[in-house]
Design a protein around this ligand. Structure first.
Ligand SMILES: Cc1cc2nc3c(=O)[nH]c(=O)nc-3n(C[C@H](O)[C@H](O)[C@H](O)COP(=O)(O)OP(=O)(O)OC[C@H]3O[C@@H](n4cnc5c(N)ncnc54)[C@H](O)[C@@H]3O)c2cc1C
Length: 262
């Protein structure tokens, strides 16, 4: 049976997250949260593989205790179990320390395919999937929309701006799932009840992982926010012209003449 691991992040459900001016880190405590929306697309793709081929699906999240709710949501969708990596020493991690912690936990699990969301709504670097794959020394593909299992290989489809590409890759491998592909299914009540059962969701501290604390959290993060500026939004000066190309070209030339640019 295939073993799939989906990494999901618990993110604030609002864009206005305060910043700690001293450390330059986001203050997320007490913020209402949701599962990072692109991660729902990754969960859905994993569950489609499970529906078609049979698979064991695990969701993993690194975050504060409140992130347990995200794993409960994933189990509600149909994931078999969840692990929350949660410890004060993991706090303040940049992408290097986050991916290191995830990879160190994942390397002890059984996995054929790792699935990530395309990016998060609160930091949106899109680094984590590639970094975890790099720590584990496995291939990684971005913007995946579909996976077909063919024996011990996967046929993976990904969509770039105007190109559809198809790859045949071995396992284990890692992918990030294209945003808005694989519309997520609803949570089922029976699964939600299962999520509350003992042993379905496990909380792992650094005592369980045994990682060197200089490699995790803020101490293991080489990047620092040195300055924070609020960028003012520049209002649009003109309307977007909608019409036939000839009219649009004339309209543009008139405006450029008006501005003295031609
Ligand atoms: C200098 C610096 C300081 C920071 N300080 C803090 C801080 O104090 N507190 C804080 O919370 N954040 C902090 N961050 C943000 C933190 O580094 C990122 O939230 C984290 O590394 C994940 O990066 P991302 O959100 O850009 O994920 P992306 O790379 O955009 O995520 C891609 C995918 O990876 C997976 N993924 C991402 N994060 C997780 C996770 N935690 N668990 C499971 N899967 C995941 C998901 O599938 C996601 O869709 C800081 C970042 C920087 C650069």
């Amino acid at each position: 049976m295939l073993h799939l691991i989906v990494c999901i992040k618990w993110v604030p459900s609002t864009q206005s997250v305060p910043i700690d001016r001293r450390t330059g880190t986001l203050v997320r405590e007490g913020m209402p949260g949701i599962v990072n929306p692109p991660d729902l697309n990754a969960l859905e793709l994993a569950l489609r593989i499970k529906d078609e081929h049979g698979a064991d699906v695990t969701a993993i999240s690194m975050g504060p205790p409140s992130a347990r709710a995200g794993l409960e949501y994933a189990v509600g969708m149909g994931v078999d179990r969840g692990f929350l990596l949660s410890d004060k020493v993991f706090a303040g991690a940049d992408t290097l320390a986050t991916s290191y912690t995830l990879a160190k936990f994942i390397e002890r699990q059984r996995y054929d395919l790792l699935l990530f969301g395309q990016e998060t709504t609160d930091s949106s670097t899109g680094h984590i999937g590639a970094q975890v794959a790099s720590w584990l020394g496995i291939p990684f593909l971005y913007y995946v929309t579909d996976v077909v299992v063919q024996g011990d290989h996967l046929i993976v489809t990904r969509i770039l701006e105007d190109v559809r590409e198809r790859y045949r890759i071995g396992m284990p491998a890692a992918i990030s799932v294209a945003m808005k592909s694989n519309a997520p299914r609803e949570v089922k009540l029976a699964n939600k009840i299962k999520a509350r059962r003992k042993g379905v969701i496990s909380i792992m501290s650094n005592e369980d992982l045994g990682l060197d604390i200089s490699c995790v959290g803020l101490r293991g993060s080489p990047t620092r926010v040195s300055r924070i500026d609020i960028v003012p939004t520049v209002p649009r000066k003109r309307k977007i012209f909608r019409g036939c190309p000839d009219e649009a070209a004339k309209w543009l030339v008139d405006r450029l003449e008006e501005e003295g640019l031609i």
